[in-house]
Design a binder for this molecule. Structure first.
Ligand SMILES: [Zn+2]
Length: 283
């Protein structure tokens, strides 16, 4: 948000400067441009609800290509959201952010706390504000729950934060082991991914449903991570059966991308379609 405000402030300031060169400097209305920066920031702030922004680091296709080192710190990401999913530099596990706390589920399936200086090569966060909430009062599998959630979405052209808090009969998750350079592609790493089956557990599923047009940038459709109630276990969700609980969605209208300044990101070829690789790594 800050970056966007600053960029717009600069652009609009330049416009003011250019425009003021064309008009009579002695015009009585010169007062209107006495403090353009203040005025611009007000305008931008009014235009965007900062809680409704999905803030993303890098692109999913860069991750698929093995760009596993990031330059954005989690301390910075916390300023842009209290809720989200992602991974860690070196592809060191699955990230869950819930209520402003960040957890790292490593390849042993255990959730660890995360320092603010830890960096990420790919993550997406938002400030979760519930727009629609519904109870789950009878057992549902993952497919039925996703259909239930889909019916809560007013349309399929915006982005949605998804939160499912409940008692689960079964949750199957996976994580990914930390990689060493030269980094293999993600599709190679997930061939040997450790999976975990957690039974009779309370916890929260955190994630997104994103429209098809994010293809190449993020994951179209559902992308869900899990953290148990004790905040000790979780991972990237492969399957679940929920007994009861509640589902919440956050309708999200704004999107911000923070692209890495690293050479790895700048040199990688992101021009090809990787939809089938993405399909493989998400399962
Ligand atoms: Zn994931």
């Amino acid at each position: 948000m800050k970056k966007k405000i600053i960029i717009l402030t600069i652009v609009l300031s330049l416009m003011f400067t250019a425009f003021s060169g064309c008009i009579d400097e002695t015009a009585p209305d010169a007062n209107a441009q006495s403090n353009p920066e203040e005025k611009t920031e007000d305008t931008v702030a009014n235009q965007y609800d900062s809680n409704d922004i999905l803030y993303q680091v890098s692109t999913i296709n860069a991750l698929l290509e093995g760009v596993y080192d990031g330059d954005t710190e989690y301390g910075t990401l916390k300023q842009y959201g209290d809720f989200g999913i992602g991974t860690f530099s070196g592809l060191d596990g699955e990230m869950i952010e819930l209520d402003g706390e960040i957890y790292q589920v490593k390849a042993d399936g255990v959730a660890y706390p995360v320092n603010d200086t830890t960096t990420t090569p790919f993550a997406a966060v938002t400030f979760f504000e519930t727009d629609t909430r519904k109870n789950i009062s009878e057992p549902m599998n993952m497919t039925l729950t996703e259909e239930y959630l889909s019916e809560m979405m007013p349309n399929k052209n915006i982005m949605y934060g998804i939160k499912i808090n409940g008692t689960f009969e079964y949750v199957k998750t996976r994580s990914v082991p930390k990689q060493e350079k030269p980094y293999p592609k993600l599709v190679e790493v997930t061939k040997n991914q450790p999976t975990f089956e957690i039974e009779q557990v309370n916890g929260v599923i955190v994630g997104y449903w994103l429209p098809a047009y994010v293809d190449g940038i993020n994951v179209p459709g559902y992308h869900l991570h899990f953290i148990n109630e004790d905040r000790t276990a979780g991972g990237h969700v492969l399957e679940f059966d929920i007994i009861e609980g509640e589902v919440e969605i956050d309708n999200t209208y704004d999107f911000f991308m923070d692209l890495p300044e690293s050479n790895d990101f700048q040199d990688v070829d992101l021009s090809s379609d990787k939809a089938s690789e993405l399909e493989q790594v998400e399962k």
